[in-house]
Design a protein around this ligand. Structure first.
Ligand code: SAH
Length: 252
């Protein structure tokens, strides 16, 4: 487990006190990379107060305007959620999730994203993720305080640093790097354009097609070479569509 390759991303946090609580939870467990996507109030003295001796994590926190900027260079992204959403995604508890991250964290950039205090992460944000993490709770009240949720996830990551032991998965020995969120997003854009051009995707009735394709590719995890092959296929497909749509020269 390399905790230095794992970042905690907080999206649109409302209360600066929670940001401080998160910094403390992370530092206690040996994580240091905090990303804040459009926080409502930051920097703020409440954050400093709640961080106690983890003020250095607040100082080095990376503040971004968008989620894409915070995770664009990551090869593996986990989204946390207190409830199951419309399209079910691969869903793990914190312990299973730490075991999944462990073998990747040596070479890859990993992000664990946490949502807004009142509304969590949006469906679009959750669809950027390879898998979802849910902390099992009582049915009577499933929503934890943000910093406490971060604490539990970071604790499970730490436990695998202290007690390594799981065998390496095949991902760790793969010969080609896995693609980043940034490249994957470009691919999805290309895919959506092509599917629209060949009229497989009707923008007026998209029927969650792109969400389902995102889930599929997120499960498979494409490497950079596989991604280039798929993009090559899309480029050729679009050329054929353009040829088919071009006015017939012979009629002139
Ligand atoms: N009402 C929101 C809960 C937001 S709690 C919702 O229904 O989604 C704020 C954040 O804390 C969540 O976005 C998530 O990142 C984390 N969190 C809280 N409880 C959680 C749980 N049981 N499992 C996983 N993450 C949780």
């Amino acid at each position: 487990m390399n905790l230095d390759n794992i970042r905690i991303v907080l999206v649109n946090t409302t209360h600066p006190g929670n940001i401080g609580g998160v910094a403390r939870a992370m530092k206690n467990m040996g994580l240091s990379r905090l990303y804040l996507v459009a926080p409502e109030k930051f920097p703020d003295e409440q954050a400093v107060w709640r961080a106690a001796s983890a003020g250095d994590l607040l100082d080095s926190a990376v503040v971004t305007a968008t989620v894409e900027e915070a995770i664009g260079d990551c090869q593996f992204v986990v989204g946390t959620s207190a409830r199951e959403r419309r399209i079910p995604w691969p869903l793990l508890d914190p312990r299973q999730c730490a075991a999944r991250i462990d073998p990747l964290s040596g070479q890859e950039q990993v992000a664990v994203m946490f949502g807004r205090e009142d509304r969590g992460l949006t469906n679009e944000e959750l669809q950027l993720c390879n898998l979802h993490l849910n902390i099992p709770t009582s049915d009577a009240y499933s929503s934890l305080n943000l910093a406490m949720a971060v604490q539990i996830v970071c604790y499970e990551l730490r436990m695998l640093l202290v007690q390594p032991g799981l065998p390496q998965t095949e991902d760790a020995q793969w010969d080609t790097p896995f693609c980043t969120v940034e490249n994957l997003e470009r691919f999805y854009e290309h895919l959506e354009q092509t599917l629209t051009e060949i009229e497989f995707l009707d923008p007026a009735a998209p029927r969650q097609l792109m969400a389902r394709l995102r889930r599929l590719y997120g499960r498979v995890r494409l490497d950079e070479m596989e991604l280039n092959i798929l993009r090559g296929i899309l480029t050729e497909t679009r050329k054929w569509v353009a040829r088919a749509n071009a006015p017939d020269d012979r009629s002139n």
